[in-house]
Design a protein around this ligand. Structure first.
Ligand code: ADP
Length: 445
């Protein structure tokens, strides 16, 4: 790049050479006839001066070329920035400090739905709805002191169209003295974002309503089942008294009728207990009563209690044990509840074959309990859902089987409370295996 200093040096050099050439010419004219030697000397000097002139010319030429190249580069750069500004995907504007448009790119013109040339000289406030103009002007005034405003959300109106939500980022341009001389604006249409935010808000509100509805439902279930349990116990108690009396009187007809009342009453009570457990678990109000017991003993006695049920359906109920005892610390009553649920489901959903309960120890102080059957099985889509509350596979056929659809949901929550896991493997038509893994010692929470 040539600086002004270089240039004046060159001019001085050329001037000096010219002057010397002039002098020489003068000398040659005056002395050529009388002093031939002097002439020769003059000619030699002229030669030197011409060579210097030639060098200076070459230098000047080169510097000129450099100057042209530098100008072209600067021009290309300016064009590149202009194009970047022009074709930027976001709307860019330059205004004076009062908000009068001086430069505008295509995206901004499209956003405002006005041709670029017609935007020049227009106040930006013309695109702000009237009721919001005062606040907009106030903000522009603030920009004299503040250097940048980020993501300022406003509503702008497109020409001949409705309002749209925009986010503005504005930067103040200052001169050397620090005076504000222009404003640079970035305008983005955030209608879609605003709509998404509104939808999200709506979904959040609906979620809250659902949570509240769920809480009310659980509360209702807890209260109802609690209220139902007391009269149910009374009905069962008195029915059993009546049963004893009619048996003594040997009144077979009434005995059969009261037996039915007792059987159905017991079933109803079981369902009420299930609902009560479920609502307690949901409200995190169920606590485990930890105690030491033998898992092998618990499993064998539970299986024995259900043997009669299996035999009614001529099912073979097997118990497989790998060792005579497995001491554990857990809630015995609740673990029995899980076993009863898995075993009675296995019996309920099996018509031919067997039901097996298997218990064995796992590494790292854990135990496994598996309940297998040769029953109807569960397809893979339903396997993922049966642990959800109220889920019953193929509702029309399973409705023939009694149940609330809460058993597995309760078992799942109980096993989680016991710091364990429950899973199922099944094949339709072949049978199912439910597997529970538990720590031998449940640590108190
Ligand atoms: P319930 O037995 O009261 O309907 P559960 O939560 O215990 O409720 O079981 C949910 C559903 O899972 C059952 O209705 C049944 O469709 C399915 N299911 C559970 N255990 C078995 C099993 N051993 N074999 C086949 N299906 C089963």
């Amino acid at each position: 790049m040539i600086t002004t200093g270089d240039e004046s040096l060159l001019i001085q050099q050329i001037d000096a050479v010219q002057q010397r050439t002039q002098e020489l010419y003068q000398n040659v004219r005056e002395t050529s006839q009388h002093h031939p030697l002097l002439l020769l000397d003059c000619l030699a000097q002229l030669q030197v001066a011409l060579e210097e002139l030639y060098v200076a010319e070459q230098e000047l030429r080169q510097q000129n070329e450099e100057l042209i190249a530098a100008r072209q580069a600067a021009e290309a750069e300016r064009k590149r920035y202009q194009e970047l500004f022009e074709f930027a995907p976001d709307g860019y504007l330059v205004t004076d400090i009062h908000g009068t448009i001086q430069e505008v790119n295509r995206a901004a013109a499209e956003l405002l739905n006005v041709a670029q040339k017609h935007l020049m000289g227009k106040p930006l406030t013309a695109f702000v709805p009237e009721e919001e103009r005062k606040a907009f002007r106030f903000m522009i005034n603030q920009l004299q002191t503040v250097n940048r405003v980020q993501e300022w959300e406003v509503r702008l109106c497109k020409r001949r169209e409705a309002l749209f939500d925009a986010a503005l980022t504005v930067e103040t341009v200052r001169n050397g003295e620090g005076e504000a001389i222009a404003l640079r604006w970035l305008i983005r249409d955030i209608t879609v974002r605003k709509q998404a935010e509104a939808q999200l808000h709506q979904v959040q509100m609906q979620n809250l309503q659902l949570l509240e509805a769920d809480r009310l439902k659980n509360q209702f279930m807890a209260t109802m089942s609690h209220e139902l349990r007391t009269p149910m116990n009374a009905i069962l108690g008195f029915s059993q008294l009546l049963l004893r009396q009619f048996r003594q009187q040997d009144n077979q007809q009434l005995v059969t009728m009261i037996e039915r009342i007792v059987k159905n009453g017991k079933h109803l009570l079981e369902m009420i207990e299930e609902i009560l457990d479920f609502s307690r678990l949901k409200a995190h109000r169920l606590e485990l009563q930890l105690e030491a017991f033998d898992l092998v003993e618990l499993a064998t006695t539970t299986a024995e209690e259900l043997r009669a049920l299996a035999e009614q359906k001529t099912l073979n109920l097997q118990v497989h044990l790998t060792q005579p005892s497995i001491p554990m610390v857990n809630d015995q009553v609740r673990l029995r509840q899980v076993l009863v649920n898995l075993l009675s489901n296995a019996i309920k959903f099996t018509e031919v074959g067997s039901v097996a309960l298997k218990i064995w120890e796992l590494p790292e102080g854990r135990v496994a309990i598996a309940v297998s059957d040769t029953g109807i099985g569960i397809n893979s889509a339903d396997q993922a859902r049966i642990f959800q509350e109220f889920w019953q596979v193929n509702q029309t056929t399973t409705r023939q089987q009694k149940g609330t659809g809460l058993g597995l949901a309760i078992a799942n929550s109980l096993v989680q409370l016991m710091q364990g896991t429950i899973s199922v493997e099944s094949q339709v038509g072949k049978g199912s295996t439910f597997r529970v893994e538990l720590p031998r010692r449940v640590s108190p929470l």
